[in-house]
Design a protein around this ligand. Structure first.
Ligand code: NAD
Length: 384
């Protein structure tokens, strides 16, 4: 799967400084603790809007270069995601090099936590691929700069209800653009996945009177969702062939590709899965040629980052939900911009993110802007 425009992959064969300059990364922290076996890289892409926030991923990278490349592209993607979500946060990400099935131990995560603590709030971490709640709790023993922790530890817990609210609102904005009305009553919508995000999403859609077609490889989850929403169950491989108004991918990345796009029978794609386009430069244009409007995934699924960012200001689920409803306006703006300037929707979203960064970031300082934070965030970053 190729990175998105926002995640733009660094070129290979560059020195560290050249890689950083290429996409204007602010800082790379290489963490090595031989006693625990920790090998990690933290990348801070941009702190114009606020401290950098992004998950930590544990992955058995085939080389240090591959780990560096991944952390550079993912941290850049977070800058764009936070900027478009209207958050006062920058983009960061961390990778721990190791096999999550074999190499996990308390000491590794505590050593990582100490590195995060040492950055004094310039990078705030969260759970990502390969990490568990237990790992995050070990990190939290060493640093307060952690989000997305369990409710019992004072965190916000499962972000998927807020993510689903954002996807629902983004889908309504997409419908308004395509069909002239944002009502989803009687609209035919296919949903890939019956997991956390999709089951909450399907309930919103069912409540509004949409006709749902759902698939999952997990039959138990699928049966439950069918029972709860009256959706029609579809085979995992047939979901692309269903004749619908909107297709909503909420399971895997890379599912908009050369095999699936020619099969789609929908007017729009609007779903929460990350990195839906297998290769943005090839499959973005392919969707346009087929006359299918694509609502960029990282815009419509920003409810997750909105949720954890709320934790920093004193978590309030109602407020997080309310913020996620604003994804409607963001999607509307992006689709309008794309039409007016005759550019793909994913180009429009990047341009709008860059405009916000430019407008807010009068000075590109290596220090995070701190004055607007209150509550836990105020304490974390230290008010000036
Ligand atoms: P989840 O694991 O709860 O649900 C994913 C579901 O997809 C599972 O039920 C799984 O069985 C199913 N699935 C896997 N392969 C499939 C296939 N080939 N066909 C049909 N179904 C398949 O995950 P989630 O938290 O609901 O997240 C879903 C997507 O949304 C992911 O891409 C995730 O990265 C993205 N996302 C999630 C959040 C969040 O708040 N959870 C936030 C932003 C983005």
């Amino acid at each position: 799967m190729s990175p998105t425009l926002a995640e733009k992959e660094p070129k290979t064969g560059l020195s560290i400084f050249e890689s950083m300059e290429e996409n204007e990364h602010e800082q790379i922290i290489v963490c090595s603790d031989p006693s625990s076996g920790l090998k990690a890289i933290i990348a801070i892409h941009n702190t114009i809007l606020g401290p950098s926030l992004g998950g930590v991923r544990m992955w058995p990278y085939e080389s240090e270069q591959a780990a560096l490349k991944d952390v550079l592209r993912l941290s850049r993607g977070m800058t764009y995601k936070a900027a478009l979500a209207g958050l006062n946060l920058g983009g960061g990400k961390a990778v721990i090099i190791g096999n999550p099935k074999k190499d996990k131990k308390e000491a590794i995560f505590r050593a990582f936590g100490r590195y995060v603590e040492g950055l004094a709030g310039r990078y705030i971490t969260a759970e990502d691929v390969g990490m568990s709640l237990q790992d995050m709790e070990w990190i939290r023993m060493e640093t307060k700069y952690v989000t997305g922790i369990s409710v019992s530890l004072g965190g916000s817990g499962d972000p998927s209800p807020v993510t689903a609210m954002g996807v629902y609102m983004g889908m309504k904005a997409t419908a308004k653009k395509v069909f002239g009305s944002d009502s989803l009553e009687n609209r035919k919508i296919s949903i890939q996945g019956a997991g956390n995000v999709s089951s909450h999403l399907a309930r919103y859609l069912h409540k509004e009177g949409a006709k749902l077609y759902v698939t999952d490889i997990d039959e138990e989850k699928l049966d439950r969702l069918v029972r709860d929403t009256g959706a029609i169950a579809v085979d995992p491989d047939s979901i692309y062939d269903v004749d619908v108004d909107i297709f909503s991918p909420n399971a895997l990345g890379g599912i908009l590709n050369s095999d699936t796009i020619p099969r789609l029978k929908c007017a729009a794609v609007a779903g929460g899965a990350n990195n839906q386009l297998d290769d943005e430069s090839v499959h973005g244009p392919m969707l346009i040629e087929r006359g299918i409007l694509y609502t960029p995934d990282y815009v419509i699924n920003a409810g997750g980052v909105i949720n954890v960012s709320n934790e920093l200001e004193g978590y309030n689920r109602e407020y997080a939900h309310e913020q996620a409803t604003r994804i409607y306006d963001t999607v509307t703006r992006i689709l309008e911009y794309a039409e007016t300037h005759n550019v793909p929707t994913y180009t429009a979203s990047n341009t709008i993110a860059e405009m916000r960064l430019k407008q807010i970031g009068r000075i590109k300082s290596i220090y995070a802007s701190r004055s607007h934070f209150t509550g836990r965030m105020g304490e974390l970053v230290g008010r000036r």
